[in-house]
Design a protein around this ligand. Structure first.
Ligand code: NAD
Ligand code: 89V
Length: 343
């Protein structure tokens, strides 16, 4: 079967990872790129040998010649670009955060549904090797029914040098990073009925919150905590590891710093190294994220070919995005938020 031909919009900081990963994905290739910044367009076009280059996405869609589009721009342009893809009946991947508001996100899902085209959100953290290892242990029944969890990302890493826009928005850690952690919580413990959140800003040089603590009630009766911070200075910097604690009816799982997975149950305690692979183009400490970029893009290519639903489809991601909106609402009001009422 012929390789899927993709077009990528947004040749910025993170798109370079996506371009490397596309080069590794079986049966897919990027044939056109677009960026309104000529410098980024040239840099990425030259690095990856892409001849078809556009400064205007509408022109690229009008010319066509590709089977899917990978939208790697920042959130402001996501709705317009996804709707453009739907209008041209082109399957689309859209980076997180999916949209500026839940109403926009719902409209984007509806547009792709009406056009009959698949839509996947590039929500890659659930594809990280250590998170997949936790999911596998749960599926194997290693700890029985989980009744409590903690999903924790606490770091002092300077994310602002690579992504300066993160310092400028009214919203920061929940929208940019907590969105991944909330998605992992859903992936591991299932959908959420109610959420309570507290936030604060510690770093005086940024506009948004850099610490958040969120309490989740899951459909299955489990309770979990999602806690995220970019104001946490530790002896050994854990960026970008998500640490997981799960208590179940028959045992416990602990995913701790250094990609160490410990499972305790009636059979005793086992410890495994669940480190991500260092792909040829990857660099520490980003390699955990970089490997998950390859994994989600390979998944997209496979589902596009077999017609199956992706793990982080637009419809699925509405349930993660609602948690982001609810966290800001709860932090502002001090009250719990009913998630089902938002969907
Ligand atoms: P960036 O600002 O470095 O790059 C965005 C690029 O898109 C820029 O080059 C800009 O010129 C271009 N662009 C914006 N609007 C455009 C439009 N309408 N048409 C053509 N080009 C346009 O941003 P980034 O750090 O690469 O982040 C991009 C997205 O990736 C963000 O949504 C961010 O949250 C996400 N991200 C995801 C991960 C992850 O692990 N999933 C990690 C980092 C960033
Ligand atoms: O994954 C992300 O969205 C990145 C980072 C890990 C730096 O928060 O922005």
């Amino acid at each position: 079967m012929a390789a899927l031909r993709g077009a990528l919009i947004g040749c910025g900081f993170f798109a370079v990872n996506q371009m490397h990963a596309w080069a590794d994905v079986a049966d897919a290739e990027i044939v056109a790129i677009c960026d309104r910044d000529p410098e980024r367009l040239k840099l990425v076009g030259d690095q990856f040998g892409i001849e078809r280059r556009y400064s205007d996405a509408a022109e690229m869609f009008a010319d066509g010649g590709f089977d899917f589009v990978d939208i790697a721009t920042t959130v402001q342009s996501h709705r317009a670009l996804v709707e453009m893809a739907a209008a041209h009946r082109i399957p689309a991947i859209c980076q997180k955060p999916f949209a500026k508001t839940l109403a926009d996100a719902k409209a984007m899902v509806a547009a792709c549904k009406a056009a009959g085209v698949p839509l996947m959100v590039h929500e890659n953290f659930r594809w990280q090797t250590p998170i997949q290892a936790v999911r596998k242990a749960l599926d194997a029944g290693a700890i029985g029914e989980p009744f409590w969890g903690r999903f924790s990302f606490r770091s002092g890493f300077d994310v602002f040098s690579g992504q300066p826009y993160l310092a400028e928005g009214e919203r920061f850690i929940i929208e940019d990073l907590g969105i991944h952690t909330l998605d992992i919580a859903r992936y591991i413990l299932g959908d959420v009925t109610r959420l309570t959140a507290r936030t604060r800003r510690v770093n005086p040089k940024i506009k948004g919150e850099d610490v958040a603590t969120i309490l989740l009630d899951h459909d299955n009766g489990a309770t979990s905590i999602v806690d995220v911070s970019y104001a946490t200075k530790l002896g050994t910097e854990p960026f970008p590891e998500t640490l997981v604690e799960l208590d179940g009816t028959d045992g416990t799982i602990r995913l701790s710093q250094g990609y160490r997975l410990e499972i305790t149950n009636a059979g005793g305690t086992t410890v495994a190294d669940v480190s991500p692979k260092l792909l040829s183009w990857a660099a520490r400490p980003w390699h955990n994220i970089q490997e998950s970029v390859f994994a989600i893009q390979q998944h997209w290519a496979e589902r596009l070919k077999d017609g199956g639903e992706t793990s982080t489809s637009g419809a699925d991601n509405l349930k993660t995005f609602a948690l982001v909106e609810a966290a800001y609402e709860s932090a502002a009001s001090g009250r719990p938020v009913d998630i089902k009422a938002m969907l």
